[in-house]
Each structure stands twice: as structure tokens, then as C-alpha cells.
Design a protein around this ligand. Structure first.
Ligand code: NAD
Length: 254
């Protein structure tokens, strides 16, 4: 039996990278998945891949940082599945590598809107049906950059530190409801978001150096984050709550 057999899951940012790998893994483990992404084409491709593997998933295009869209994807999950057991608030943007004095207010607002307000809205709207059924697991994607900031990526690092804080405070607000909430803090993972870094290194022939600063001397794969998300979403993590778990090869402990 799958580790999410019969569970009903929402995964945001499911059109690429970590979200796509997680939606596929959740479906493989028995969940019905509502795969959400702002890119309709990408999320439909994710759902086609899940269906081809024999899994159950629905695609929905939505902006995870817009309250009306969050309400719409929660309503869609309720209509399609009759409830929500797992929410993986994973959608995020990098905001680019812009030096402090070049960063605009608009850049800060957009990064915070998608990366921090998005997970807040997801919790605000998906937690009530979980509370009503007395059970649920919420996982948010933060970042190793939320534990220790990246130079240049100020709004990104601040947004991810905010996600860790959101998870800690929400765990307290959800006390006694049967709903758990945790964050994952990935290190450098090869995905659409980090593709420019990898493309540049490949063009320069320095790909081998990308992972060198990591204690494991390599970068991570989306499937390695999906495995952590599955653990936190499943009953195996029944006593894990309010945590920010680094899945970064040990980077944050160096
Ligand atoms: P990705 O770019 O491959 O995937 C992100 C997906 O989110 C894309 O399909 C994109 O269309 C979608 N998305 C972006 N903004 C959205 C919005 N407003 N509404 C709905 N969907 C939206 O990147 P990824 O690396 O898989 O990123 C997933 C999460 O992991 C992000 O929160 C990111 O910050 C985090 N993260 C990534 C890394 C890494 O090294 N790749 C490291 C730490 C944390």
C-alpha cells in the first residue's frame, strides 16, 4: 500500500522541478493530486506524465500568490476530491541575482507575494477543511537561503526566512487541530529555477565545480526534495510539527 493511499493532495508549482517530482511521487504513493501552476502547459504535462504512470491527478492553472486563485484551487480540490489531506505550498520564484542597491520595491513585492504571501494564503484557505476533518499535513518549500542568506538574493532569502517563521507560528495556531505544518529547506537543486546557473557552468566547462562547496560535493535532485515532502506529508511524520528541515547535503551546517 502506498504511503499516501486514499489521500487528497494539492501541490503548487507542480509544473516543474521540485513540484513536478513531488506531484508524481505523491500520486505514485496513492494520492489523488491537484497539480497547480501558473503555467497551464507545464502543469498539464505533469498530469499527463502522472496519468501515463497510472496515477490520479488534475491540472489547474492558478497564480499561487493571488488570493482569488488560491480560493479557486482549494474549491477545485474540495469539488473534485471531497476534502484535502495534504497541501504542498511549493511554488516560488528566485527574483534573480540583483545587488542590494539595484533591487526595486516592485521586485521585493513580487518575490514576497509569490514566495511568502502565497504559502500564507494556501494555509489560510486549505487549513479550514483540514481542521474540520481533524487531520491534515501542510508542507511549505522554504530554502537553505532562508536559514542563511545568499549574497545578492536579498528578497528571496528574506521571503524564505519568512516561510520558516510562518510555519513556526502556524504550527502554534493549528495546535490541537490534528493539522501539522512543516517546511523543507532545499540546498542547490537542479530545476528550471537554477537552470541558468547550470547552463552557464556547462558552457564554461565548470559544471563539476557547482557542487564542490557542498559537504557531499554535489548538488541535489528534485526527487530528493520530493522524498522529504512525502515523509512530511505522510503519517510517518505524525510527531513532526513546526520544523524547518534542511535537505541540502549538509550545506547549512558548514
Ligand atoms: P522551478 O522553477 O523548476 O519550479 C517552480 C514552478 O513554480 C514553476 O513551474 C513555475 O511556473 C511555478 N510558479 C512560479 N510562480 C508561480 C505562481 N505565482 N503561481 C503558481 N505557480 C508558480 O523551481 P523549483 O526549484 O522546483 O522551485 C520550487 C520551490 O523550491 C520554490 O519555492 C523554490 O524557491 C524552492 N527552492 C528551490 C531551490 C533550487 O535550488 N532549485 C533551492 C531552495 C528552494
Amino acid at each position: 500500500m502506498g504511503r499516501l493511499e486514499g489521500r487528497r493532495a494539492i501541490v503548487t508549482g507542480a509544473g516543474s522541478g521540485i513540484g513536478r517530482a513531488s506531484a508524481a511521487l505523491f500520486a505514485r504513493e496513492g494520492a489523488s493530486v491537484l497539480a497547480v501552476d501558473r503555467s497551464r502547459e507545464s502543469v498539464e504535462e505533469t498530469v499527463a506524465q502522472i496519468a501515463a504512470a497510472g496515477g490520479s491527478a488534475i491540472a489547474m492553472a492558478a497564480d499561487a500568490g493571488l488570493e482569488s486563485d488560491v480560493q479557486a484551487y482549494v474549491a477545485r480540490a474540495m469539488d473534485a476530491f471531497g476534502g484535502i489531506d495534504v497541501l504542498f505550498a511549493n511554488a516560488g520564484i528566485s527574483g534573480g541575482d540583483v545587488s542590494l542597491f539595484e533591487q526595486s520595491v516592485e521586485l521585493w513585492q513580487e518575490v514576497l507575494r509569490v514566495n511568502l504571501i502565497g504559502p500564507f494564503l494556501a494555509v489560510r484557505h486549505a487549513a479550514p477543511p483540514m481542521i474540520a476533518q481533524g487531520r491534515g499535513a501542510i508542507v511549505c518549500t522554504a530554502s537553505a537561503a532562508g536559514l542563511r542568506a545568499n549574497a545578492g538574493g536579498t528578497p528571496y532569502s528574506a521571503s524564505k526566512a519568512g516561510v520558516i517563521s510562518l510555519v513556526q507560528t502556524a504550527a502554534n495556531s493549528l495546535a490541537g487541530t490534528g493539522v501539522r505544518i512543516n517546511a523543507i529547506c532545499p540546498g542547490l537543486i537542479e530545476t528550471g529555477m537554477t537552470r541558468p546557473v547550470f547552463d552557464m557552468a556547462r558552457a564554461r566547462g565548470t559544471e563539476d565545480r557547482i557542487g564542490q562547496l557542498n559537504p557531499m560535493e554535489r548538488y541535489g535532485l528534485p526527487e530528493e526534495i520530493a522524498a522529504a515532502a512525502l515523509f512530511l506529508a505522510s503519517d510517518e511524520a505524525s510527531y513532526v510539527n513546526g520544523q524547518a528541515i534542511a535537505v541540502d547535503g549538509g550545506l547549512s551546517s558548514t
